[in-house]
Each structure stands twice: as C-alpha cells, then as structure tokens.
Ligand binder design. Structure first.
Ligand code: FCB
Length: 448
C-alpha cells in the first residue's frame, strides 16, 4: 500500500513538549523555595497512589542543562514549562527571592540559545502554602497576589518570553482540588470550588491587563482542560445532560473570557445546587475577565460521553464508563483523535478569531523504550490537528504532554506520559521511540 501523502504544517508552527514545575523539578527545599499546597497535600497520608511526592521528581531543577540539550536533540522549537510561584515568593508575599528568579532566567536563556521558544505557565497548581492559609483560591485576594507575581515575571522575563499561559486548567483545580478533594488543597465543597474558579478567572484577567499595561509584545492565554461531549443516546434527557455538562466543563471558562459572560444555564444550575446566589462575582469582574486572551491553550486528552442520572448530585447527570473494546490508554482514557478535530473546529466556530495552541495532549503508555502505542497516538492526534487546520482552525502549535515521565499528581509515578523515559532510581533519561518519531516529524514539518 502506498504511504499517505505528507500533511504539511504551517511555517512557524510551534513543535513542543510540556512539563510543569511540581511534576518535574524536585529540589523542593533548594534555592529558598517555599512550601506549596502540593508539597503539603502529597505528604498527606493516602493522598497520592504509592505515596509519591514531588520532593525529587525528575530532578529537573538541577538537570535542566542536560534536559535542554535533550530537547534540542529532539529538534523541539518550543518548551512549555511552569514557574513555581513559591520559588519566587516563598511565603506568598514580600520581596521576590533572587535565587528563584535567577533559576528561570538561566533556563530561559539556555532555551533561547538553542532556538527553543519558552512558553511559560505562571500557575500550574503549586500555590504557595502561605496563601492557602489565608483562604487560597477561595479568597479573592489570591487573584490580586497572582497579578503581583505575574507582574514580577513579566518584568523579569518579558524581554525574552513572548508567550505566557496564565492559569492551567481552572476546571480541574476547581473540581479535583476543591469539589472532590482528589488534588491539593484537598477540599470538598461545591460552593468553594465555584468561588475558587471565579477567582482563577479573575487572576487570569488581571494578569492579561498587567501584561498589556507593560506595553511589550508578549501574548497571554489560558490553558483549559477541554472535553468534547457526546450523548449516550438521542433521548432528550441524555441530550440535556450532555449540553449541561458541556456548560460545567467547557463553556463556564470559555464564555467569560471570550464573551464576557458566564453561561446562563450553568449559572442557574449552580445557584439551584448551592441554594444561594453566586455573590462572590462582583460588579466589574466580568469586564476584567473579558480582557480576553491572545490565544486559548487547549489541553485535550479524551471525551466525555454523558447520560442523564436524575438522582445523581449535584446536577443529575453522569459520565458513561468507557465501553469494552474502545481503544484506551493505560490510564483507561478513551483514545479519540477525531474528537480533537471537532473540538478545534467548534472553538473556531463559537469563538472566532482566537488563535489556538494545543498546550497538552498525550497518553499513559507504560511501554519503553519501544512505545508503538504512543507513536500511534501522536500520529493520529497530529493528523487530527492537521485536519482542523486544513478546515480553517487557527492552530499555532502543539505541545506533547509530556517531555518526560514525571509525577502524575494523585496517581503518583506509575503512569508514564513521556516521550522520554525517566528511571527514577538513577534519573537516567532514555528517548523512547515516540521521541524519535516526533523528532523526525518535526524535521520534516509534516505528518504521514
Ligand atoms: C493535565 C495536567 C498535567 C498532566 C496531564 C496528564 O490535567 O495539566 O499537569 O498531569 O493532565
């Protein structure tokens, strides 16, 4: 059979891989770093599978030089990483910690020297514990603190960093961190989670305003965990459950930033589930949030198939378990590349003109160094991205999650997402077949 014609990506396309500070850095007590909510949470008995913590992780804080060499050897032209807020502000407030500042300064310079564009996330879940003590994201003041921290980063790195991601996945922070208690800070309170998510959006808006006020040419976006939704059947109840859950997961974040309003259907649902108004939303907040975004970061892993479940709190719907026989990753997440095309086209249709960056996409496959399933995953998702671009979606780049195996939050170290295998005993890095496949693809700028 003849091999398919190459599908070429646009010039200037960002070919990257992503990590986040707590998942890879380790060195949690080095360089004056303060405690984060993830340090506290991971050290709580039973919080993380296998008892893992980010204390050592991939030791990227010390090994960043050789890790940058590794990225260069793969031909990446972009690297998405996050700054650990508690390295810059160990106790949440006070003067900036020069050692923390210097670390990312060197990393950014080293990346640029190798022709790798730094794409910098400001908040990937590691809130300074000191700010949790004063209420964390449930407290409105945390948004103002975030803006102060963001301003410091823009001032220090804005001469070299062009692309900023303010907040990573406000829905996951709200749901897993504040509603279900599975992530830091481990709270279980629906109202607290809606409140926290509002302050996260406010924090985004304040940071965008600060970046623009600085007058540089940087661009700022926000990364969402977007889940394409499908109904389990054509019944009116399942269709309503699907539309409702789309409001809960996707529109609740897209609409305020890109349209200046919360979706009315979901607003009503929250008010009725909570039994009181969402009175932490103040006059003027939506104007701040609607400062908008220079791009939307799309984190795509899998879909949600929904059905009505009238007795199920808080909203009367549930996710249908993945049916036997569906291709899944080793985390059990259904592999549905075509849904990524649909998602990108939907964003392009419903929120026109906003550039899109795939800020995360990947899967757990435990095989290494030969990992044919990740090679297939990568290929099929890039074909899906290409299809969306061909149909007009303004996709500017793709970041695979993850550069290397790392600390996967509450799931600990067992799930491996990397293009590069990490031996946690020796910290040896071994490029997997998928890493080599990605390098070849980047070299040709096309997927077959
Ligand atoms: C996303 C997170 C990222 C990583 C992947 C698997 O929700 O942003 O840190 O854990 O999932």
């Amino acid at each position: 059979m003849a091999s398919p014609a190459p599908r070429r990506f646009p010039d200037g396309f960002l070919w990257g891989a992503a990590t986040s500070a707590y998942q890879v850095e380790g060195a949690v007590a080095t360089g004056g770093r303060g405690e984060s909510i993830w340090d506290r949470f991971a050290h709580t008995e039973g919080a993380v599978d296998g008892g893992g913590t980010g204390d050592v992780a991939c030791d990227h804080y010390r090994r960043w030089r050789s890790d940058v060499d590794l990225m260069a050897s793969l031909g990446l032209n972009a690297y998405r990483f996050s700054i650990a807020w508690p390295r810059l502000f160990p106790s949440g407030a006070g003067p900036v910690n020069p050692a923390g500042l210097a670390h990312y300064d060197r990393l950014i310079d080293a990346l640029l020297a190798r022709g790798i564009e730094p794409v910098v996330t400001l908040y990937h879940w590691d809130l300074p514990q000191a700010l949790q003590e004063t209420g964390g994201w449930r407290d409105r003041d945390t948004a103002a603190r975030f803006a102060g921290y963001a301003r410091e980063c823009f001032a220090a790195y804005g001469d070299r960093v062009r692309t900023w991601v303010t907040i990573n996945e406000p829905w996951i922070i709200g749901v897993l961190g504040h509603q279900l208690g599975i992530h830091a800070p481990g709270e279980r309170d629906l109202g607290g989670s809606v409140r926290a998510m509002h302050h996260l959006l406010l924090a985004h808006g304040l940071a965008v305003q600060a970046l623009r006020a600085g007058g540089g040419d940087g661009r700022a976006g926000v990364a969402y965990s977007l889940f394409p939704h499908e109904p389990a059947s054509d019944s009116a109840a399942d269709l309503a459950a699907t539309e409702g859950s789309d409001g809960y997961v996707n529109r609740w974040f897209l609409d305020p930033v890109l349209r200046g309003e919360y979706p009315a259907d979901m607003w009503r649902r929250y008010e009725s589930a909570l039994g009181h108004p969402l009175d932490w939303v103040r006059d003027g907040d939506l104007e701040t949030i609607a400062a908008g975004a220079d791009f939307i970061g799309v984190n795509y892993y899998t879909t949600r198939v929904m059905r009505a479940a009238p007795d199920r709190p808080p909203f009367g719907w549930e996710v249908v378990p993945v049916p036997d026989g569906t291709p899944v990753t080793d985390a059990g997440w259904a592999i549905v590349p075509s849904a990524l095309t649909g998602l990108l086209l939907r964003l392009h249709r419903d929120y026109p003109r906003v550039p899109l960056l795939i800020t995360e996409n990947g899967g757990v496959f435990d095989d290494a160094p030969a990992d044919p399933r990740r090679v297939g995953f990568l290929r099929d998702h890039l074909v899906a991205v290409h299809e969306a671009i061909a149909a007009g979606a303004p996709v500017a780049g793709y970041f695979h999650w993850s550069l290397m195996d790392n600390f996967e939050w509450a799931m600990g170290y067992a799930p491996r997402f990397g293009l590069v295998h990490v031996d946690y005993e020796t910290q040896a890095r071994t490029v997997k077949d998928s890493g080599r496949y990605y390098a070849d693809l980047i070299r040709t700028g096309a997927v077959r």
